[in-house]
Structures are given as structure tokens and as C-alpha cells.
Design a protein around this ligand. Structure first.
Ligand SMILES: Cc1cc2nc3c(=O)[nH]c(=O)nc-3n(C[C@H](O)[C@H](O)[C@H](O)COP(=O)(O)OP(=O)(O)OC[C@H]3O[C@@H](n4cnc5c(N)ncnc54)[C@H](O)[C@@H]3O)c2cc1C
Ligand code: SF4
Length: 841
């Protein structure tokens, strides 16, 4: 008779449990042991880190962490929906809820955590939820139907994520946080302030420094509100508790294993509990450094450690990096190393721009070693900064936090990192190991890097030789033009749907990035009428996709104030309208400048002044000039035939017609145009994306010009066109460009890149060689028919107006950091208020 195989029983099939099984398989232990897994949940392990993506269309299958056939291949017996209820250590056996008894030689506890619910009256009322499992999310989703508001208790990492989910479900959402700032564990005071500001600008209500004293219920016994510790009562239909987690150590307590004073199954450096036959790994374990880790990366390392220990291999888990990078409610938040500057004598280097919600702090030692940092609003550099922790960076720390264009001469690339720098902290993978691979798929397969939280994927991409990937960004394997076609042909109007359905596998279910979000936002906006979507750029999910300028329908300037540019089609304006502009500028103290594009730019408006300024302008017949968008800006004109002795056509009328036709048109880059009344070219039409020059018998159309940093003369596309022919050709040209250009590609570079160049363009838009012209014209007709002025539309909707405040908690209060000083009888920004090199006061 053969000896029975030694048996391992694993309790808990969460993220760390599955990792443990994989570690066993990699070490060949599955062939030498019998393995049984008891799983409380009705489904095998899934990606809890990306749980929220369940609301945006990810299925349980998408989130699954168990490769198909894994259990069968390794002979692992998985018992779903059957939690362990009792451990008999003396007899070495576990009894499950169904009454089955499982003897073991080795027992591994990977039972994770449970959400802590503060003991407030009403906490069990219908309408109260926690946020931990797919089942929790399903219950929230069901309850939220037909309900209007929700509140999250806890403004930590998970609380913000839950709040984002509630807002995504259409609920007016508030966050109640006991600490004086959001995410108190990860970010410092300055970071918390930047986060608060941005989150409030998204329409969420945040209460900090207050606790929840009671969940109030209505007559039907369901949640109707909350009483807070400051004495106020707020209405809410639903409450999600996200006030921290506690290790699930009850089974261990019951069977007499050592647990920590504040919970957690005590383990040594090899993850062994007080019983040599029992291990504990993941969130249920109290590590040897006295911490219970609430992150997945330390859990994975514990899983590896326990698997090695089984084979007698030397490996110890003595502590882990608590670095995190997340996108919460669309805001990048990252912290790494000694983020709070707890190291004696440490120094701070701070960049703070509270107007754009960016806060970056680096903590350095007196001799220049990078100790840690906090990044809010822009965490792009996290992937490079975190691996540099513990070393002296190759450039001065201020260069690592200053934004481009404000004295940051060095773009620190991954090449600056040493070979031993850990790029993927979830799986502890170094730059050297990644550089040995050719593709992202290979990196993931061979090293697992990039398969955890995903924050390192961008840096990995930069390290690979296959940086030839033409995809738009780390989220999409498609060019902008391909993405445009996907959106158009599949009639997609939701960013999440596009990302989850067409993004790179590793990006699906995530939140996208700053490259693809505005790009997709622009594509949806330019196709909106054809797709049947709202053309208003700040409607629903579209708002979160927009760049800062589009977000406030005005141009953000250096000191965080905004400039307002009313449309003046063709540059023609009545004296009355000129007076209105002057009066508005005077009444709001705005700096006034006539631009190169025949507009009047009004600078120095604060966010809360914008609606009042627009109201005055809209009343006087002005509309948005879209100077903030990647959209048509101006169609400049000379004075033309009407007044000029040389003019052969009415260039002003044509410029007005063209500007009104294409106003609001979103494109890969801003678009400018001009119409000259004769070949003398006073309107400089040949330096424009499309320029029109009058001839004795009609109009000549020039395309692909650029007066920007790399000037280019436009090419003549067609000659002597009638009014109707001219407009039709421009329609086709613009739509073909919008459809096929890359992100942020001007018409000039696009034309030069286009295979076949001008001849090909002419074939397509004049001779219809691709049979596209009818479609291009129809797209433009849709745009023209559905144009609405964004300023006027915003003014009509009190909900939309709510975003235009400096402080959500104190509407009407101006932002004290926006200051001006006099210059030449007007004002200019006082830049001294920007903070560099010291803490924000
Ligand atoms: C919404 C959300 C977002 C998160 N985001 C991040 C992030 O961005 N980064 C990060 O690092 N971490 C994040 N986390 C935390 C991360 O998910 C956990 O650190 C990780 O899941 C811990 O893995 P685990 O296996 O220890 O516990 P779990 O994944 O919770 O698994 C434990 C499993 O054990 C089961 N179990 C418990 N008791 C028994 C029993 N008696 N019998 C059988 N089964 C039992 C539980 O039902 C559960 O399925 C997030 C968590 C949530 C909920
Ligand atoms: S372009 Fe010709 S028509 Fe226009 S202002 Fe100059 S000279 Fe006159």
C-alpha cells in the first residue's frame, strides 16, 4: 500500500490564498501533496483590488484570478461556499460549515479581513452596506436603483473608491471622514487639501473632522439619513461603511493560536503561527514587524515565504513597502516610502498648485537621499520615484516635482534607474529582470510584474525593446484613428465601455490615464450627435474625461485664474458689443488683450466669477469661443471686398459663415482658419489649418498650414470653388482629419505623415476615392445641426453650475491664493504665491 500524500489545507481562497497555491505549483509541491481549499465565497479567488470595476461592466469572470483548469491540473480540491468553522489543532483537522472534516499535515490560514462597522445605532438597518466582496457590490447596486443619495463613512482609500462607485450609480454622494483630511494614512495635510478640493469640484460633498453618531431610519425602517458628531443631520438613502478593516482571526482565536493585542494572527518571519503546523498569510496575519498589512503586495510576499518554508528554503518576511498608487474618483494619488517625513532631520521639497489640484512632496534626508513622497493630482512620476527611494536621485529633488514648463529641465526616464531598482513592488521585480524580456506579455508571464495593482505598467512599457507599440497609451493598443473607428462603428458613448471592451487586457476595469481619457472624450464629443450622445462636454461621465480647460469651459492661466474668450465670428463686432466686453472687463477687474486671432481675451477671472461673466456676455449675444478646447478657435478675416480696394470677394461674410458652421467642433488639436479677400493675403490664410483666399471666380482652399512652433505653409487643395463647393470640401477635409489624425496631431503634421500626402488627400476628399465623402458630409451635417453653446447651456442648469465655486463648502468665497499685482494700468498674476521648496502654509 502506498503512503497517503501529506495534506495541506488552505482556509480562504482570496487573492493571497490563490497566490499561495500558485507558489506551491511553481515549486512542484502540488505533485507531492494533497491540497484542499475551503472557500467561504461562492466563487474562486478574484481580483478584489479592481473590485469597483464590477460596476463598470467587468464580470466576475474578468476579475477571476484562477486560470482556467488550474485546480484540475494541480489536483487541488476547491470547496466553494463552504467556510471552515472549527479547527482541532490537537487532532489536526478542520470542520467546515457543511460538516465535512478535513485532516491536515499543514494548515494555512488566508482568511483576509472583514470591514469594520463602527457600533453606531442603526448600523444594521436596511440600506447599510460594506464594500468588500462582489456580493456586497451586487447588493449595493440593487438597493441603489430608484434611490437618489448615498453616503460613505470613511474617507480613506476604500472610502473614496466606494464614493466613486456610488456617484457612478447616479447617487448624490457624500463622504464623512473622522480625521481632519481625506486619506489620512497615505497623504499629508497638503495632499489631503489638494485631494479635497478636486473631489469637491467633482460634485461630491465631503465632511472631514466629523464622526457618524447614528444612522437615522425612516418610518419603513430603512436608512433615511445620518446624525453627525457636529450635531448636524444629513439626508441619505444608503450608507456604505468603509471605516477600515480588521483581520479575520476568529478561527485562530477559537483554536488557541496567538493573536495580537489589536487582532491579527501572530506569525514569525516565516509566516508560521504559534503552532508549527499552521501558517497565516495575507491580511489576517500579524507580521513579525507588528503590522497587519492591508495591501496585496505584502500578502503575496507572505505567500511566497510560506511556500518556501514548506520546502525548508530560507526566506523571511520581515516587513513590506506600503507604497500605493491609485486613481480615486479620477484623481491620481500616490504615496511611497516615508511619506510623512517621520525620519529624524528629514526635509521636504514641495510643489503645490492648489488651483489645478496638484500637490507633490518629496521627503529627503539632509544628504539628499530620497526617503519618500506624496503625489496628488499628478502621479505620473510615481513609477520612477518609488524605485529611487533609498538612493540619491540623479537630479536635484525640485526637478522631480516641478511641472514641465516651470523650470523642470530634466525628464527623468527609466534609464536613470539602477538595475536593482524594484519596478513592480507587488511582485518585487527589478528593472534588470524586466529588461531581459521583449514584450509586456512576456514580462507578465515570466516575472508577474504588471499583474498586481498595475501602477508599474507604464514604466515597464518604457523599458521594453518593443517600445514600438503604436498604441495610444498603456491602456489602448489602438491609435487614435483606430479608436475613432471603434467608437463610431460600434456607437460607443461610454469611456468605461470603450476601455473595458477595447483596452489592453491589463487596463480593462481600470480608470484609464491622462492620455486616453481626454482623447476618448474628444472623440465622443466630435461624434456626439451621430452617436446620439449628449454634445455637452460636461454631461455625466464625459466631465471626468476632460482636460482642466474643458472642465471649466475657460482657459486656466499661470496663477490658477481663468481667461474668457467670447466668440467674435470673422472678427466682426458692433460697437455695442465692444462696450459690453469693456464693461464686463472693468466690472470684474479683468486684464484685456486683443489676440492674434481677432478675439478679445479677458484674463484673471476666478472659477466662481465665470458664470457671472458668461451671463453678462451671453445676454449681450456672445457665446463661447472654445478657446479652451481642442476645437475650432477662430476664422480670421481681412476686411475684404466690402471695404478694401483690392478685395474680390466678401471675406468677412465667408469667415463668419465658416466660423458659425464649425464652432464647437472637437478635433485632435485646436483648429484655426482665415479668409483673405484677395491674393494679398492680409488674413494670413496660408498659415492656418484651413485657409481660404478669394479669386476673381471664387475661392482657393489651402490646408495643413501652421503658424505654431514649426511653421508650415498650407498646400493648395482646390481652386476657384463656389461657396457651396468650398464648404463641402472643408466639411470633408475636417472630418477626414478628425477621423484619422493621431492624438494632438496638427493638420500640418498629419498631412506630412499621410501616405501619399496632398495627392492622396485630394483623391479622398475631392475625388472620393475611398467612397467616404457622403459619410464625412453627413457627420458634419450632424455636428452643425446639433451645435449648442456650452456657456449658455451651463448657465441654464443649476446642477452644472455647482462645479463653479472655489470652495464647495463656502460658495462665494474667493480663493485667497489667486492674487494679482498691477501692471500698465491693468493687472497681472502675482506668481509669488506658488510654493516651491517649502511646506504650504
Ligand atoms: C475595493 C477594494 C479595493 C482595494 N484596493 C487595493 C489596492 O489598490 N491595492 C492594494 O494593495 N490592496 C487593495 N485592496 C486590499 C486587497 O484586496 C487585500 O489586501 C487583498 O485582497 C488581501 O488578500 P487576502 O487573500 O489576504 O484576503 P481576501 O482577498 O479578503 O481573501 C480572504 C478570503 O478568505 C475567505 N474566508 C474568510 N474566512 C473564511 C473561512 N472561515 N473559511 C473559508 N474562507 C474564509 C474570505 O471570504 C475571502 O474570500 C483593496 C480591497 C478592496 C475591498
Ligand atoms: S487680402 Fe486683399 S482684400 Fe483683404 S484686406 Fe488685404 S488687400 Fe484687401
Amino acid at each position: 500500500m502506498t503512503e497517503p500524500l501529506p495534506t495541506i489545507v488552505l482556509i480562504g481562497h482570496g487573492m493571497v490564498g490563490q497566490r499561495y497555491l500558485e507558489a506551491l505549483a511553481e515549486r512542484g509541491v502540488t505533485a507531492t501533496h494533497r491540497i484542499t481549499v475551503l472557500c467561504e465565497e461562492p466563487r474562486p479567488a478574484y481580483d478584489r483590488v479592481h473590485l469597483t470595476s464590477y460596476f463598470s461592466g467587468s464580470t466576475a469572470e474578468d476579475l477571476s484570478m484562477t486560470p482556467a483548469g488550474f485546480m484540475e491540473e494541480h489536483g487541488i480540491a476547491l470547496h466553494l461556499d463552504d467556510p471552515a468553522e472549527h479547527i482541532d489543532r490537537a487532532a489536526r483537522r478542520v470542520t467546515s460549515r457543511s460538516g465535512q472534516v478535513f485532516p491536515y499535515d499543514v494548515l494555512v490560514l488566508a482568511t483576509g479581513s472583514y470591514p469594520f462597522v463602527p457600533p453606531v445605532p442603526g448600523k444594521d438597518a436596511p440600506g447599510c452596506f460594506v464594500y468588500r466582496t462582489i456580493e456586497d457590490l451586487l447588493a449595493i447596486e440593487e438597493y441603489a436603483k430608484d434611490r437618489g443619495s448615498g453616503a460613505v463613512v470613511g474617507g480613506g482609500l476604500l472610502g473614496l473608491e466606494a464614493a466613486g462607485a456610488l456617484q457612478g450609480l447616479g447617487l448624490a454622494t457624500r463622504i464623512v471622514e473622522f480625521a481632519p483630511r481625506l486619506m489620512p494614512v497615505q497623504v499629508d495635510e497638503g495632499g489631503g487639501a489638494a485631494l479635497l478640493r478636486t473631489i469637491e469640484s467633482m460634485g461630491l460633498t465631503v465632511h472631514t473632522g466629523v464622526g457618524t453618531q447614528e444612522v437615522v431610519t425612516g418610518e419603513d425602517g430603512h436608512v433615511s439619513g445620518m446624525r453627525l458628531s457636529d450635531g448636524s443631520t444629513v439626508d441619505t438613502d444608503l450608507v456604505v461603511f468603509s471605516a477600515g478593516v480588521r483581520p479575520r482571526d476568529q478561527l485562530a482565536r477559537d483554536c488557541g493560536l496567538d493573536v495580537g493585542e489589536r487582532g491579527g494572527i501572530a506569525v514569525d518571519a516565516r509566516c508560521r503561527t504559534s503552532d508549527a503546523h499552521v501558517y497565516a498569510i495575507g491580511e489576517c496575519a500579524l507580521a513579525v514587524d507588528g503590522r497587519v498589512y492591508g495591501l496585496v503586495a505584502p500578502g503575496y510576499e507572505m505567500a511566497e515565504t510560506a511556500a518556501d518554508d514548506l520546502l525548508g528554503r530560507e526566506k523571511e518576511f520581515t516587513g513590506a513597502d506600503l507604497s500605493t498608487k491609485l486613481k480615486l474618483l479620477g484623481v491620481d494619488v500616490a504615496s511611497f516610502g516615508d511619506a510623512h517625513g517621520a525620519t529624524p532631520d528629514s526635509l521636504d521639497v514641495v510643489w503645490s498648485d492648489s488651483r489645478s489640484g496638484v500637490y507633490k512632496k518629496l521627503v529627503v534626508s539632509p544628504d539628499g537621499v530620497l526617503l519618500g513622497g506624496v503625489l496628488v493630482g499628478d502621479a505620473d512620476s510615481y513609477g520612477l520615484l518609488r524605485p529611487l527611494t533609498g538612493s540619491v536621485p540623479p537630479v536635484a529633488p525640485e526637478q522631480l516635482v516641478l511641472p514641465a514648463g516651470v523650470g523642470a529641465p530634466v525628464a527623468l526616464g527609466p534609464s536613470a534607474l539602477p538595475d536593482h531598482a524594484v519596478i513592480c513592488s507587488c511582485h518585487n521585480v527589478t528593472k534588470k529582470a524586466i529588461a531581459a524580456c521583449d514584450t509586456l506579455a512576456e514580462v507578465k508571464k515570466c516575472t508577474k510584474a504588471g499583474t498586481g495593482c498595475g501602477s508599474c505598467v507604464k514604466v515597464i512599457g518604457q523599458l521594453l525593446p518593443a517600445a514600438t507599440d503604436k498604441g495610444l497609451c498603456g491602456c489602448f493598443p489602438f491609435t487614435r484613428a483606430e479608436l475613432y473607428e471603434i467608437v463610431r462603428t460600434r456607437r460607443l458613448t461610454s469611456y468605461e465601455e470603450i476601455l473595458d471592451g477595447h483596452g489592453r487586457p491589463e487596463a480593462r476595469g481600470g480608470d484609464g490615464c491622462e492620455v486616453c481619457k481626454p482623447t476618448v472624450g474628444s472623440i465622443i464629443a466630435s461624434l456626439a450627435p451621430t452617436l446620439g450622445a449628449s454634445g455637452y462636454v460636461l454631461d455625466g461621465e464625459q466631465a471626468a474625461l476632460q482636460d482642466t480647460n474643458d472642465h471649466f469651459l475657460a482657459n486656466m492661466q499661470r496663477n490658477g485664474s481663468y481667461s474668457v474668450v467670447p466668440r467674435i465670428p470673422g472678427g466682426e463686432i458692433t460697437p455695442d458689443k465692444l462696450i459690453v466686453i469693456g464693461e464686463v472687463a472693468r466690472d470684474f477687474g479683468l486684464y484685456t488683450k486683443i489676440t492674434g486671432g481677432q478675439r478679445i481675451d479677458l484674463f484673471g477671472a476666478s472659477v466662481d466669477q465665470l458664470p457671472r461673466i458668461w451671463a453678462r456676455l451671453v445676454d449681450a449675444g456672445f457665446e463661447s469661443g472654445h478657446a479652451y478646447g481642442k476645437a475650432l478657435r477662430t476664422v480670421k478675416s481681412c476686411v475684404g471686398q466690402t471695404w478694401c480696394r483690392y478685395g474680390v470677394q466678401d471675406s468677412v461674410r465667408m469667415a463668419i459663415d465658416l466660423e458659425l458652421r464649425y464652432r464647437g467642433l472637437r478635433a485632435p488639436h485646436k483648429l484655426k482658419s482665415a479668409v483673405s479677400g484677395c491674393a494679398r493675403e492680409c488674413a494670413e490664410a496660408q498659415s492656418k489649418d484651413f485657409g481660404v483666399i478669394a479669386t476673381a471666380s471664387g475661392w482657393n482652399l489651402y490646408v495643413g498650414g501652421n503658424g505654431g512652433a514649426t511653421p508650415r505653409h498650407a498646400d493648395l487643395l482646390a481652386q476657384d470653388l463656389s461657396d457651396a463647393e468650398l464648404v463641402r470640401l472643408i466639411d470633408r477635409f475636417l472630418m477626414f482629419y478628425i477621423r484619422t489624425a493621431d492624438r494632438l496631431e496638427r493638420t500640418s503634421t498629419w498631412l506630412e505623415r499621410l501616405e501619399g500626402g496632398l495627392d492622396h488627400l485630394r483623391d479622398v476628399v475631392v475625388h472620393d476615392s475611398l467612397g467616404l465623402c457622403a459619410e464625412l458630409e453627413a457627420l458634419m451635417a450632424d455636428h452643425v445641426a446639433h451645435y449648442r453653446d456650452e456657456w449658455a447651456e451651463t448657465l441654464q442648469d443649476p446642477e452644472r453650475l455647482r462645479r463653479f465655486v472655489s470652495f464647495v463648502n463656502a460658495p462665494g468665497a474667493p480663493d485667497p491664493t489667486v492674487k494679482f499685482v498691477p501692471e500698465r494700468d491693468q493687472v497681472k498674476p502675482d506668481l509669488a504665491v506658488l510654493t516651491i521648496g517649502g511646506p504650504v502654509r
